[in-house]
Design a binder for this molecule. Structure first.
Ligand code: SF4
Length: 439
């Protein structure tokens, strides 16, 4: 989601005539879309901000996003010249342009602050108006210079209140980008040459629920399927509660157009912990949904988010999670060590010692490796469609992702074009996947 937003910003800056330079090159303006979902993420944002100001004191630093929303004063203390919260960040480029801050003459005073020109955080009175702007402001993102994959943000905010999560406080209630705008954005990206579009959102699968009459993600996908030469579509994540048979049926019957790739937050396999997390499903419902996907989309990549060391989690509750996942036919885990967020219900629960959280995370990572190797083995001999993303000139190897999210290495004499190649998965070595062109 943050990546989609930063790409949108990058595109807006490019459209305004600015040049995006590689990280190693010095820039006049640095933008950090800082995450605050965990305490570690916030600490990383602070570290990066301080490093930029130390290494490039005469450059302008803008801090935007969840970190700036949660900790605006800390953001300023890190040396940021401009701090914009989630409700105001879509206006960043406009603010910079109208102020003359970009392009701009070198400043006289090192560290001169732009917050005198712009209030660092949107005041409360303007927040609802800002929210309306943000709701429809998701813009087309630019993924890379090769126009391989674009991230398109179509939804923001969340109406749920999971006990460990600060996102609803930072991003507000659900807002969806209108169907017609998404359709136009997809056509624009197709015309720019993108071969794959990843639809992103905080609660992506709730897209359209805030409309009157409401729409669903299935409605959106069916509309997009009507676009000529539609780039490959990938969903960034799907909550189990929204994963109905209609959505699975669309994915199953259009596997060439919509990637058979589902990323589903599980968080815990223990019903008592799920209840404390205030998740809207139990383990039985989760298992049934995974079995339905296995049945209708057998080659789908299924990734799960799991949290290790949620407050009060006992050894036996953690074992329940491990056993539950071990018995599911899924492809990989995205393991998070629980990290306390001020302002959440879980922050006041009894916390688990650091060492135990670490050990549980490592156990989940091991389980993830087992699952992933199984998934790769199940794909050996399969014909899949590869979109090349990188090329190692020295070793003459191209890397790219298949529709079911395998990162595959293919030997090739020449750099591949930005098109799909039919390949066969041939072998796996050290968790790397190799393939060859289908003849
Ligand atoms: S569904 Fe839960 S975890 Fe996801 S953004 Fe909403 S509150 Fe956070």
């Amino acid at each position: 989601m943050n990546a989609a937003e930063i790409e949108s910003l990058g595109q807006a800056l490019t459209d305004a005539g600015l040049q995006i330079v590689p990280w190693e090159e010095k820039a006049d303006l640095y933008i950090i879309n800082g995450c605050a979902v965990t305490a570690q993420a916030a600490a990383k944002t602070r570290q990066l901000a301080r490093r930029i100001k130390r290494e490039h004191p005469s450059s302008l630093l803008a801090l935007v996003g969840c970190y700036s929303t949660a900790e605006p004063q800390e953001a300023l203390a890190c040396g940021a010249d401009l701090v914009l919260n989630n409700l105001a960040k879509d206006d960043l480029v406009e603010l910079l342009l109208h102020s003359g801050l970009i392009p701009r003459a070198p400043r006289d005073t090192e560290g001169e602050c732009a917050e005198e020109v712009y209030p660092p955080v949107a005041d409360k009175a303007s927040q609802s108006a800002r929210r309306e702007i943000s709701a429809t402001h998701a813009s087309v993102g630019l993924a890379s210079e090769t126009h391989t994959r674009a991230l398109l943000k179509i939804q923001d905010g969340c109406n749920s209140r999971c006990s460990y999560c600060i996102i609803p406080t930072l991003r507000g209630r659900e807002r969806s980008k209108p169907l017609s705008e998404i359709r136009s954005a997809v056509i624009t990206l197709r015309d720019r040459g993108y071969q794959e579009i990843v639809l992103t959102g905080i609660h992506l699968s709730r897209w359209g629920h805030d409309f009157t009459p409401s729409l669903t993600l299935t409605d959106l996908l069916q509309t997009l399927l009507g676009i000529d030469h539609l780039p490959r579509i990938r969903l960034s994540s799907t909550e189990l509660s929204d994963l109905d048979e209609g959505l699975i049926a669309v994915l199953a019957s259009h596997a060439a157009a919509i990637c058979p790739h589902l990323h589903i937050p599980l968080q815990s396999g223990s019903d008592s912990i799920l209840k404390k997390m205030k998740r809207r499903y139990n383990s039985e419902q989760f298992k049934n949904a995974i079995e339905l996907i296995n049945k209708y989309i057998p080659k789908a990549f299924i990734g799960l988010d799991v949290i290790a060391g949620f407050p009060t989690e006992t050894d036996s509750e953690f074992m329940e999670t491990k056993n539950f996942i071990a018995n599911l036919n899924v492809s990989k885990l995205h393991c998070f060590t629980y990290s306390m967020r001020k302002g959440t219900v879980a922050a006041s629960m009894q916390q688990i010692p650091k060492q135990i959280k670490k050990e549980r995370t490592n156990e989940l990572l091991e389980l993830s490796n087992i699952k992933y190797i199984e998934f790769i083995k199940n794909n050996l001999g399969n014909a899949l469609s590869l979109l090349p993303e990188r090329f190692d000139i020295e070793n003459k190897i191209a890397f790219g992702h298949t529709e079911n999210y395998l990162e595959v290495n293919v030997e090739t004499e020449n750099k591949l074009e930005n098109i799909f190649y039919e390949i066969i998965i041939t072998e796996t070595k050290n968790a790397k996947v190799f393939g060859k062109f289908k003849v």
